[in-house]
Design a binder for this molecule. Sequence first.
Ligand code: SAM
Ligand code: SF4
Length: 389
Amino acid sequence: MTPGSPPLLGLYIHIPWCVAKCPYCDFHSLARQGPLPEGPYVRALLDDLEHSREGLLGREISTIFFGGGTPSLFSGSAIAEILEGVSGRAALAADCEITLEANPGTIDSRRFRAFREAGVTRLSLGVQSLHDPSLRRLGRIHDAREAHDAMEAAAGAGFRSFNIDLMYGLPDQTAAQALADVRAVLAVAPPHLSLYELTIEAHTAFAHEPPPLPSEDERMAIEDAVTRAAGDAGYDRYEVSAYARPGYRCAHNLNYWRFGDYLGLGAGAHSKLTDAQGVTRMVRNPDPAAYMADRGRIASRRRLARHELVFEFLLNALRLTEGFSQDMLRDRTGYDFMELESLWAPAFARGLLEHEGDRIYTTPLGRRFLDALLAEFLATTEIIPAEAS
Ligand SMILES: C[S@@+](CC[C@H](N)C(=O)[O-])C[C@H]1O[C@@H](n2cnc3c(N)ncnc32)[C@H](O)[C@@H]1O
Ligand code: SF4
């Protein structure tokens, strides 16, 4: 039993440099030392794509995402060169969504226009907060004024869409402050909004020296306040942290959550690709110098076992408000819903999962305890037989 036809394909391009490393961040990002090696990095990305074409099985690329790190540190001309190189080497969907992540401390309206002229259709701005003491606690390189200016510039730059990233549950934050942050962002009416609860990730500066976070009760009050404000303003919470006005969901991230395929180019980028034999995960060499010198660009490559496929599918699909259909489960993992009944039964019985027609999704309770639910699935998927009958 193998998964069905290959799913949609996204292209992720990782730009690993930042101006400075934020103390909460565990993304693969490095504080830049001097000028960035734009030219050699662009050449390495395109060379990497050239050598990866075979694995794409002739599929067209439906979305492109420049993530980081801080892709807005790159010039408009470097982004244009990458996009021209990509379209010369692979077929792009006619309506290809092209997102670029930007830090408010690294941009101005001229740079935004250059990104748009290069072909970027969607900007994702890491605002995080509009409260200066919070921004300082987060080690951000910009203040609230610059974040405001960047939001205005993003709104006026003519992109088809733009997203604002905001974090909540910040050190010493009150519900009133979190709400003021969301309201200030809503005033700019972004088509898309990402609201992330601050998490303390292992191996970050915050993990070594934890900041004073609001209590569990305060964090829940903050979460209620910010999600209600976004809902009241007409945003649909279609994923745990993602909110969109009608017609503006992020197609690239939706493809991740629907367990689609993606080719990741750039230092430390992750890929997931499906072929007739199954699903393969790859990680590119995280060291930019080694990546540019092509000293073994692919650092690891692994075929997923069947039980891992089921768990990874759930890890993604259960984040979506709409959940997943039984067809999607079969297509992506090769398993029929009923074959895995022992996996679902306890979660249905405890009111964590619900279904309507052939669609399965988490209840509000299931979403609140999603991590615990997934941990249970992980324990159970490990005992799924390699071949369900
Ligand atoms: C790669 S960063 C985006 C762009 C850019 N590097 C920036 O920070 O402005 C992706 C987003 O993840 C969120 N994020 C990163 N670390 C987080 C953490 N520990 N807890 C919650 N959200 C986090 C932030 O909102 C951040 O904007
Ligand atoms: S700017 Fe963004 S990617 Fe860079 S360290 Fe800060 S949060 Fe991480």
